[in-house]
Design a binder for this molecule. Structure first.
Ligand SMILES: Cc1ncc(COP(=O)(O)O)c(C=O)c1O
Length: 446
């Protein structure tokens, strides 16, 4: 019996994992669908409500994954369900013709963006939004080189993988996009230089300059950067880095694209992560939270940038369909009505304070970082050497699930736990999930 079993109000795991029904489905799944997805707890999800997920064996968990930072307003929000159900009964797809739903969605999205971003365009996935921004940067400037960052993840399509700075999406596929130049992104926990945060910013900026000097053929179009590195391990740069980078891009006369596919929709405690430093990107990639699971994505842009595209230059088979459009509007309404960005900030502070206490008790929890409801727990074999503990990370994922908490991992070295529950998590749910995390981690250290 676990601590969680004794005190749990929200969670209940009555079977070993996978449970019998889950086991059957996992076996059938691997027979029919290629087994290419990442490591996850052996749980077959059945339904969700708020932050609670129930599996096909009737076990109940608190969800710290939000899918992968998607269900920011919570699983099965009644307002989203109603909007989608209503939309489906009227019209499901229509390609390029406008619908009232699409017009409303575009108006609502633009109204929620910082003022300088006065146009948007709807697509289907984050990778598609990234590809579109890469193309727009090239079309607008008539130049072909784009800058990305070590550890950057922008998706698995060719251009997105090419600009990214992780080997996973590239390995084994031959040469990457010509003209993609990469430079280091600040990783404070593993900084290669002294001088504190400013020293790290200065180092990254000088490496960027050097990389351009060494690699550019003189055709720089723009750069693409994440407000924090997501897949690389929820790595937040020091405050001021992104402002410095934006100014560098402006000084070079190149476009500045922010990939907010996962950092937006209240995740960091503001609707858009760019608002922390009042950044004014020329283009923004949007995904994940914009649809809360209904496949949709968007590009947001300064009008004078996206206007370089003419009729027929950007389109997508199901982008802006009436169902996704209804979802876009409903989700933004919920974000406003429930003040979810502010809520993320408050709950993030509460959760982080307890995670820092757990860090003191743990031999292996090397770093607790992040802002709002996106935090990374970096596990190491030794806090001095910081050697990554990828195996322990996998064990923790399974142990937490056995105790009623769903977590996932990220990280250049596969050793970072994602703390990213839906933004509607309550204090009581937060404490129960933290109890499970603490008990699970410390039990693995015995
Ligand atoms: C920052 C970032 N950009 C782009 C993507 C790609 O989005 P999608 O998987 O919807 O294509 C992701 C997905 O994790 C992401 O985190």
């Amino acid at each position: 019996m676990t601590v969680a079993d004794k005190t749990a109000k929200f969670t209940s795991v009555k079977t070993s994992l996978p449970g019998p029904r889950s086991r059957q489905l996992i076996e059938r799944w691997h027979k029919a669908e290629a087994d290419t997805t990442g490591f996850q707890a052996p749980v077959v999800w059945d339904s969700g409500k708020g932050v609670i997920v129930t599996d096909v064996d009737g076990n109940r968990y608190i969800d710290w994954t939000s899918g992968v930072l998607v269900t920011n307003i919570g699983h099965s929000h009644p307002k989203l369900i109603a909007a989608v159900q209503h939309a489906v009964t009227k019209l499901i797809n229509n390609y390029e013709c406008p619908t009232e739903a699409r017009v409303l969605a575009a108006e609502s999205l633009v109204a929620h963006l910082p003022d300088h971003l006065d146009k948007c365009f709807f697509l289907t996935t984050g990778s598609e939004a990234v590809e579109s921004c890469l193309r727009i940067m090239k079309r607008k400037t008539s130049r072909f080189e784009t800058i990305g960052f070590y550890g950057g993840f922008h998706g698995r399509t060719s251009g997105a993988a090419g600009i990214g700075g992780l080997t996973g999406p590239k390995r084994g596929y031959g040469p990457t996009t010509p003209g993609a130049i990469r430079a280091p992104y600040p990783y404070p926990y593993r900084s290669p230089v002294g001088g504190g945060e400013q020293g790290l910013i200065d180092y990254c900026m000088s490496m960027l300059e050097e990389s351009v000097r060494a690699n550019s053929a003189g055709s720089l179009a723009g750069l693409m950067v994440e407000p924090y590195l997501g897949a690389a391990g929820f790595i937040f740069p020091p405050d001021g880095y992104l402002t410095t980078l934006q100014q560098w891009a402006r000084d070079k006369g190149i476009l500045f694209t922010l990939d907010e596919v996962q950092s937006s929709y209240g995740r960091t405690g503001k609707l858009w992560a760019m608002q922390w430093e009042n950044l004014t990107p020329d283009l923004v990639c949007i995904g994940k939270g914009i649809g809360n699971g209904i496949p949709t994505a968007a590009v947001a842009a300064r009008g004078d940038v996206i206007d370089c595209l003419g009729k027929g230059d950007m389109s997508s088979t199901v982008g802006g369909n009436p169902v996704s459009s209804a979802a876009v509007c409903a989700i933004l309404e919920v974000m406003d009505e429930e003040n979810l960005a502010d809520r993320a900030l408050v709950m993030g502070k509460l959760i982080k304070a307890r995670l820092l206490q757990i860090q003191e008790k743990s031999r292996y929890l090397g770093d607790v970082r992040g802002r709002g409801l996106v935090m990374g727990l970096e596990l190491v074999k030794d806090k001095k050497t910081k050697e990554p503990a990828a195996n322990l990370t996998k064990q923790l994922i399974v142990r937490c699930a056995e105790n009623g908490l769903l977590i996932g991992s990220v990280g250049i070295f596969g050793n970072v736990i994602r703390v990213a529950p839906p933004l509607c998590i309550s204090e009581a749910e937060a404490h129960e999930s933290l109890d499970i995390m603490e008990q699970s981690l410390l039990s693995l250290e015995k």
